[in-house]
Design a binder for this molecule. Structure first.
Ligand SMILES: Cc1cc2nc3c(=O)[nH]c(=O)nc-3n(C[C@H](O)[C@H](O)[C@H](O)COP(=O)(O)OP(=O)(O)OC[C@H]3O[C@@H](n4cnc5c(N)ncnc54)[C@H](O)[C@@H]3O)c2cc1C
Length: 375
């Protein structure tokens, strides 16, 4: 009997557990460990902040969902992994101590490195947790006149929610006939030019931003947040009345110093999702060292690849399936300017860009389908 441990109850961990349970015989034991008893559908956090849904609409209970799939769930904090003894140290939870494994799938996501931006923790809102989204929602409803600054810090590798928040904010004030009260500025650490380079997607974004009179300020690498102002590393500052920033991301703490991460703490994996330099460990999702943005659909595909390869290893065969890195993103503008883009990140295929109201609807359907299928 093999004992497979999956760490993390997000997109990567849930899909890895489900996929593995379908592929291996029942005598093997699959265990999922997560610090949160709930799965959260992060792409809906912008809508949560704007009061368009409730926390219960975008989450489900992991223990119940896993029970249906004969996966054991442990609610605990992963402190450290110990590849040399094939054990994982858990703390603050249902199990305090070490759990052994024969195969490990690591899916703990990324760490929010708020400590890299002075004053971020004290003064900035973000949208990366349920609590963060609800707090930003409160700040929004209390905000007076002035400038709303929405943006990313350097290494905040998630462009979609920045645009979606700016669009939602514009619509929030437009619907109340108060749009002139607030100036909306998107800040980005990237060089001039809109995100995703030139071409169709930049044109589509530009049209959508102009439609809502949203300013775009590139080359603005924030390194300090003060009450009422953000400041860049080269001393430029702008004032804000409302602030939402994505902090820098880093790899997860549980693998720091183990020798298989890059300089930002992301885990080095090959295309079969095997962790480089150690045996029987796979990693998937935001925690791996692939280039580009960190996205849920990538975590899902990587989890499917890792699960298929663990199943092969258990059957005494060589890992075979490999992952192909691509971006598939809907930027929901809330109406006819919503954008879909698809691009292979490891090939030279041209980017596909579509724009229209259909994509707002498609994003809602995708969310409902996901939650119905996995809860
Ligand atoms: C506002 C927002 C909008 C987004 N929009 C999109 C979108 O439109 N499309 C898209 O594809 N992606 C989107 N994403 C990105 C997507 O949500 C992430 O890429 C995805 O969640 C990554 O999945 P993961 O399983 O790797 O990590 P996560 O989903 O972060 O899951 C990690 C899990 O590990 C647990 N965990 C972490 N550390 C520990 C520990 N030490 N011990 C125990 N458990 C731990 C966490 O509780 C969590 O359950 C969005 C994200 C946000 C925040």
């Amino acid at each position: 009997m093999a004992n497979i441990l999956i760490l993390g109850g997000g997109f990567g961990g849930v899909v890895a557990a489900e996929s593995l349970a379908r592929q291996i015989p029942k005598e093997h034991q699959i265990t999922l460990v997560s610090r949160s008893p709930k799965f959260i559908f992060y792409p809906e956090l912008v809508r949560l902040a704007f009061g368009k849904c409730e926390p219960d609409d975008i989450s489900f209970d992991l223990r119940e969902a896993m029970l249906d799939r004969r996966v054991r769930f442990i609610h605990a904090e992963v402190a450290r992994i110990k590849p040399e003894s094939r054990r994982v140290m858990l703390a603050h939870g249902e199990v305090d101590g070490e759990l052994p494994y024969d195969y490990l799938i690591f899916a703990l996501g990324r760490r929010l490195a708020t400590e890299r931006i002075t004053g971020f923790f004290e003064h900035s809102n973000h949208l990366l947790t349920v609590e963060g989204a609800l707090k930003f929602g409160e700040a929004l409803r209390d905000c007076g006149e002035g400038r709303a600054v929405i943006g990313r810090c350097l290494d905040g590798r998630l462009p979609g929610p920045v645009y979606e928040t700016a669009f939602a904010l514009a619509r929030f004030f437009e619907e109340r006939s108060e749009r002139e009260r607030v100036r909306i500025t998107i800040v980005s650490p990237d060089p001039p030019g809109l995100q995703f380079g030139d071409g169709d997607v930049a044109r589509a974004l530009r049209t959508a931003l102009d439609e809502h009179q949203i300013e775009y300020l590139p080359d603005f690498p924030i390194n300090t947040v003060k009450p009422g102002a953000v400041v860049t590393s080269n001393g430029h500052a702008i004032n804000y009345g409302l602030l939402m920033l994505l902090p820098p991301f880093r790899g997860p703490a549980a693998v720091t110093g183990l020798g298989f991460t890059d300089s930002e703490g992301y885990i080095n994996v090959d295309r079969a999702m095997r962790v480089q330099g150690v045996e029987r460990i796979y990693a998937v999702g935001d925690c791996v060292n692939f280039s580009g943005p960190k996205m849920g659909h990538m975590a899902v595909h990587q989890a499917e690849v890792a699960a298929a390869n663990v199943a092969l290893e258990i059957a005494g065969l060589q890992p075979l399936p490999t992952y192909n890195h691509e971006i598939m993103l809907i930027i929901d503008e809330g109406g006819q300017e919503s954008i879909y883009l698809h691009k292979g990140l490891w090939d030279n295929e041209p980017m596909i860009v579509r724009q229209g109201r259909f994509w707002t609807w498609a994003k809602r359907v995708q969310e409902k389908y996901w939650l119905a299928r996995h809860s």
